[in-house]
Design a protein around this ligand. Structure first.
Ligand code: PLP
Length: 430
C-alpha cells in the first residue's frame, strides 16, 4: 500500500497543528503508523489522498450511521447553504429539530441545541447544578463525556476520596467537585451517595459505553442508578452523544427501559456537521436562560446547515422501513464472522456488541464488563491487528478502547471482506 502522500501531509501538518491533528486520537499515537489523510468518502468507504480505499468502521466516530455522503443529506446541506449559512436568529428548522427529538425520545420535554457533545455535557452539568443547588457530580471511570474540565478528572487515591486533575490545566478546585465510581458496580455509587449526603447534583454516564470499548450496563446497575438518583433528588444524565439514535430511534434509554432526567446528544443528530444538544424534564429545562437563570448561549447554535443535515438524517432513520433491523443483521453477521475467526484460529478474545456498536477486545478474560476488565487487554496485540487491518483495507478506530460502527451503507460484501481480512490479520498475530 502506497501512503507517501499521507506521510508527507502528516509531516507538514505537524509544523502547523499540535501533533498534526485537531483531535488527539487521529494521530494514531496508541497504535503506531501514519494516519491516512482522507480525501473523500462515500457509503461505507473512505478514500485517502494516496488513492487507497478502506471499508470504514469509524464513521467519523459515530455520526455517519447512513454511510458517508448520503445523497439526501448532501442535498439538504446544499439547499440550506444556498439560503444562508448562519443568521444568529430563530429559524423554523430549529423547532422542527426539537420536535423530532421530542417525538422520538419520550423523556425529552424540551431540548436546547449546541455545537458539540462536549458543549452538551458541560451545559447539562451546569443546569443540573443550577437545578439542585449542589456542586458534586459522579462520573464513571472509563466513560468519556468530552473535554470539559469537570470530566477530565481521575479517581483520587482510594475509592471514597475526591478526584484529581487528569490533565494539566484542570484545577484542583474543579477536581474536588467530580467523584469517580466504577461502571457496573452500583455499590461504588451507593458509597459515594452515603459519604456526600445531599451534595450530589448529578450522575452522568454512557448508558452503553463506547469510549472504553463497548460495555453493556447490567440491569441491577442501571436500575440502581435511577433509584439512587430518585432517593437523593439527584439529576440522572444519560450521555447519549454516541448511543443516541445509534441504538434505535428511542436511543439507549428505550433499549434499557430507564428514563434519565437529562440526556445529551451529538454525533448522529448533526449528520456529520458539528452539533450537540441536551434536553429532558420540563421543570429542569425551564431553568435555562432566557426563561430561567442558568446561562448558556451560542453564536452558531442551531446552525441552519447543521439542522438541515440533522433533520435529514433523523428523518431517514425514522422513515426507512426496518432501518435498525437491517443494521442489526449486518452487525450480527460481522460479529458472527469475527467469532468464527477466533474459534477457528483457537485464539482468545471477547466481542461485545450492542446493535451497530462493537468492540473486539484482545484479552485472555472470558468477558469484559468493567473498566478493570478493559485494562487487562493487550494493547500491543491490538495495535498489530489494527495495522494489519489497515494494510488490507479495513479502517478501524485506532485504539483498543473504542467502539466500531457499522453503517446502513455496509453491504454483505463489505462485511464478508472484513471478516476475511480479519482472519488473515489474526492468523499473523498467532
Ligand atoms: C464523542 C462523545 C462526546 C464528545 O462529543 P464531541 O462532539 O467530540 O465534543 C461526549 N460524550 C460521548 C459519550 C461521546 O461519545
Amino acid at each position: 500500500m502506497n501512503n507517501q502522500k499521507s506521510i508527507a501531509a502528516f509531516k507538514e501538518a505537524q509544523q502547523h497543528i499540535p501533533g498534526g491533528v485537531n483531535s488527539p486520537v487521529r494521530s494514531f499515537r496508541s497504535v503506531g503508523g501514519n494516519p491516512p489523510f482522507i480525501a473523500k468518502a462515500s457509503g461505507s468507504k473512505v478514500t485517502d489522498i494516496d488513492g487507497n480505499t478502506y471499508i470504514d468502521y469509524v464513521g467519523s466516530w459515530g455520526p455517519m450511521i447512513l454511510g458517508h455522503s448520503h445523497p439526501k443529506v448532501v442535498d439538504a446541506i446544499q439547499h440550506a447553504a444556498a439560503r444562508g449559512a448562519s443568521f444568529g436568529a430563530p429559524t423554523l428548522a430549529e423547532t422542527e429539530m426539537a420536535q423530532l427529538i421530542k417525538y422520538l425520545v419520550p423523556s425529552i420535554d424540551m431540548v436546547r441545541m449546541v455545537n458539540s457533545g462536549t458543549e452538551a455535557t458541560m451545559s447539562a452539568l451546569r443546569l443540573a447544578r443550577g437545578y439542585t443547588g449542589r456542586d458534586l457530580v459522579i462520573k464513571f471511570e472509563g466513560c468519556y463525556h468530552g473535554h470539559n474540565d469537570s470530566f477530565l478528572i481521575k479517581a483520587g487515591s482510594g475509592a471514597l476520596t475526591l478526584g484529581a486533575p487528569d490533565s494539566p490545566g484542570v484545577t484542583e478546585g474543579t477536581a474536588r467537585d467530580t467523584l469517580t465510581a466504577q461502571y457496573n458496580d452500583i455499590d461504588s455509587v451507593e458509597q459515594l451517595f452515603d459519604k456526600h449526603k445531599n451534595q450530589i447534583a448529578a450522575v452522568i454516564l454512557e448508558p452503553v459505553t463506547g469510549n472504553m470499548g463497548v460495555i453493556v450496563p447490567e440491569k441491577r446497575f442501571i436500575d440502581g442508578l435511577r433509584k439512587l438518583c430518585d432517593e437523593n433528588e439527584t439529576v440522572l444524565i444519560f450521555d447519549e452523544v454516541m448511543t443516541g439514535f445509534r441504538l434505535g430511534t428511542g436511543c439507549a434509554q428505550a433499549l434499557l427501559g430507564v428514563s434519565p432526567d437529562l440526556t445529551t446528544f451529538g454525533k448522529i443528530i448533526g449528520g456529520g456537521l458539528p452539533v450537540g444538544a441536551y434536553g429532558g424534564r420540563q421543570d429542569i429545562m425551564d431553568l435555562l436562560a432566557p426563561k430561567g437563570p442558568v446561562y448558556q448561549a451560542g453564536t452558531l447554535s442551531g446552525n441552519p446547515l447543521a439542522m438541515a443535515a440533522g433533520i435529514a438524517t433523523l428523518s431517514l432513520l425514522q422513515e426507512t422501513p426496518g432501518f435498525y433491523d437491517k443494521l442489526e443483521n449486518s452487525s450480527a453477521l460481522l460479529e458472527e464472522g469475527l467469532r468464527n475467526n477466533l474459534k477457528e484460529l483457537k485464539m482468545k478474545g471477547v466481542i461485545n456488541r450492542v446493535g451497530s456498536m462493537f468492540t473486539l477486545f484482545f484479552t485472555e478474560e472470558e468477558s469484559v464488563n468493567s473498566f478493570a476488565d478493559v485494562m487487562k487487554c493487550d494493547t500491543n496485540l491490538f495495535g498489530e491487528y489494527f495495522r494489519l487491518s489497515l494494510e488490507s483495507g479495513i479502517y478501524l478506530a485506532p485504539s483498543q478502547f473504542e467502539a466500531g460502527f457499522v453503517s446502513a451503507a455496509h453491504t454483505r460484501e463489505d462485511i464478508e471482506e472484513t471478516v476475511k481480512a480479519s482472519y488473515s490479520a489474526l492468523k499473523k498475530l498467532k
